[in-house]
Design a protein around this ligand. Sequence first.
Ligand code: ATP
Length: 381
Amino acid sequence: MISAQQKNTADRPWLDPDAKPQIVIENINKTFGAFTAVDNVNLRIYKGEMFALVGASGCGKTTLLRMLAGFAEPSGGRIMIEDADMTKVPPHERPVNMMFQSYALFPHMSVEQNVGYGLRRMALDGAARTKRVQEALEMVQLGQLAKRKPHQLSGGQRQRVALARALIRRPKVLLLDEPLSALDKKLREQTQFELMNIQYQVGITFVFVTHDQDEAMALATRIAVMNRGQVVQVGTPSEIYEFPQSRFVADFVGTTNLFEGTVECAEPGLVTVRCPETGCDLFVDDIGRFDRGQRVWLALRPEKIRLTKEPVSGERTNQVKGMVWELGYLGNRSTYRIKTESGKIVTVFAQNDRRTSEWSIDWSDEVYLSWTANSAVLLQQ
Ligand code: ATP
């Protein structure tokens, strides 16, 4: 997410062909025996980015982060930070720092001692050291708790101590391994905003690993989606969500309905797809190049579908008949699982902007699913 503050000064260097990336990851590989954990990854990350690595468990994201930190040696390729080749540079000599998932705080040390520990390799006199610790604690709003021990802090406060300790050396890049996973859902959401504000204040590039897509969507300037050691798509959260380039990404990020079909007609801007799963042709606005007879998949997000009891009319509107098969009430919204006449189950999210008693669509009702031609994305793979 980009805050209003960031948006005003918006600079999106990845769109500028002349902008110089701060981190260049070039053809990086990591093998463990015959197994390839990271497979020829290329990434360019720009100064001040909040860059997320996401993917299913075991896809290689932590291994890639560890290679950036210097804790794992690449089997091939190189990593450059500000034009310096990092490949052979030991971790403590890199302009990076890493914040671990477990926070790794020392239980016997106070908050300020834990934070000050980050300065141990720096030749600073006592006064300068104290000042740096105070500044770091103020930044994460823990000035009042400097004398406490980690066990006297909440989960969110411990996370901030770890963050202050990781930032105190003022690294150029901070690597974060699942930075919020130790927190419960409510605290995680609140801490996401704190993390964004701190990152904005310090202006340091953050590269973080998460398996939580919502967290990546909320925090990241850009996201790299990984699958089996490879980066399969890089983009802003909205690009990844609205314009996935493959079924894997469409399915991995958020919930999606996929309809398989063949291209019946491809006119400029409008593709007609013959789709046995819906029993009718579907229309998609698409600027991609498609050929008649080509196998394609139409990806449609559940919130883009309108659910009505009566058919709706409209040019370029897709409409499919079905029956309410399952219904889940989630407070602010409901999830409907609609069975179409062909037996395909389609997921629909509907906002509950009225009270339950006023719901008009219930179990076993006959319904119409409709969506406009510009609501879906057509995928070739
Ligand atoms: P998770 O979300 O579960 O932490 P991940 O995407 O971070 O997963 P990695 O920890 O990078 O995944 O691991 C990628 C793959 O490499 C996994 O299959 C893992 O078993 C394997 N792997 C990691 N470290 C080693 C090692 N030291 N020796 C052998 N295989 C390893």
